[in-house]
Design a protein around this ligand. Structure first.
Ligand SMILES: [Zn+2]
Ligand SMILES: [Zn+2]
Length: 127
């Protein structure tokens, strides 16, 4: 993650706030209804607002997103906090790792598509 946000993402305040927020959203992605794993800041964090709780800890500025919707939101994420199913913090990931993850996810998606695991919606009325 960006250096300026490191202390924030490690803070008890953020962990408590983000977990409570995700629980309030029942870990449902606010855009597609998928499983939300990321607590996204609508107003992206910057060195200017990182010390402003009205930005960093305000639920009005938070959005529960799944990995896909978050990737669409900003392809090169600054950093994200992901959540396990039980609501515990699963990981805090740095931007560079996200990029690697994205590449890995893309490669996996391509492989699955090639092998016909996804994207092949069979129609019942075929033939
Ligand atoms: Zn989504
Ligand atoms: Zn985000």
């Amino acid at each position: 993650m960006r250096e300026f946000a490191r202390a924030f993402y490690n803070s008890k305040e953020w962990r408590t706030c983000s977990r409570a927020f995700m629980q309030s959203r029942h870990y449902v992605c606010e855009r597609c209804g998928g499983v939300a794993v990321i607590c996204h800041h609508k107003n992206h964090l910057s060195p200017e607002n990182i010390n402003n709780p009205a930005v960093t800890l305000s639920w009005a500025n938070l959005e529960a997103l799944c990995m896909d919707c978050h990737n669409l939101e900003h392809m090169r994420a600054d950093s994200v906090t992901t959540f396990a199913e039980d609501g515990s913090i699963a990981s805090v990931t740095e931007g560079k790792e996200i990029k690697n993850f994205q590449q890995a996810a893309d490669a996996l998606g391509e492989m699955l598509q090639k092998n016909g695991f996804v994207g092949s919606t069979k129609r019942g009325a075929e033939g």
